[in-house]
Design a protein around this ligand. Sequence first.
Ligand code: NI
Length: 211
Amino acid sequence: MSRTSRLIIIAVVLVLAVALCALILNWQLGGRIASGNGPSIATTGGIGGDFSLTDQNGKPVTQKDYAGSFELIYFGYTFCPDVCPTELLTIAQTLDSLPKATADSIQPVFITIDPERDTQKVMADYVPLFYPRLVGLTGTTDQIAAVAREFRVYYNKVPAKDGDASAYLMDHSSFIYVMGKQGEFLDVIPYGTTKEDMAVKIEQLIQKYGA
Ligand code: NI
């Protein structure tokens, strides 16, 4: 074999090796992004906005009332048999597990998607069962529809099977929205996240967007 042939073979092998490395690296990066460590929904924006509602004490509030705090916003209803109480309890346990200064920088907010039953009085009885600083917001049907639209929350009335008009259930999406200190959307925490994972995620978001 001539010297030139040997050089050509070595060059081809080198090019193939570099190409293979690039391919493997690309796979790994692609896999990481696909598995959720890439750009999150937070960078897409468009979720959230101002709202006009009434808190459990009867005070009219807007998003600006919570400026300066991070917010954990959850949409649900007090008559909910399982999902809502579970999520509100997880939020409370998560806040209890965080360092006090961190927990104090967060305002938890429960917004009803069932304003027909969830009057101010009902909310006032309900929210303290979960967490002392939990705010419960209700409003007119139109006000609730508007805030649900802003947060892209799905909800729908499901009549009770036995025909009892007051015992209807509400189908609804179940995400915890993490909002920044100016009410801007940061991220969502999906239903079923453990309090440990929720605490980690909240601390990461506060570290990233804090100050
Ligand atoms: Ni629910």
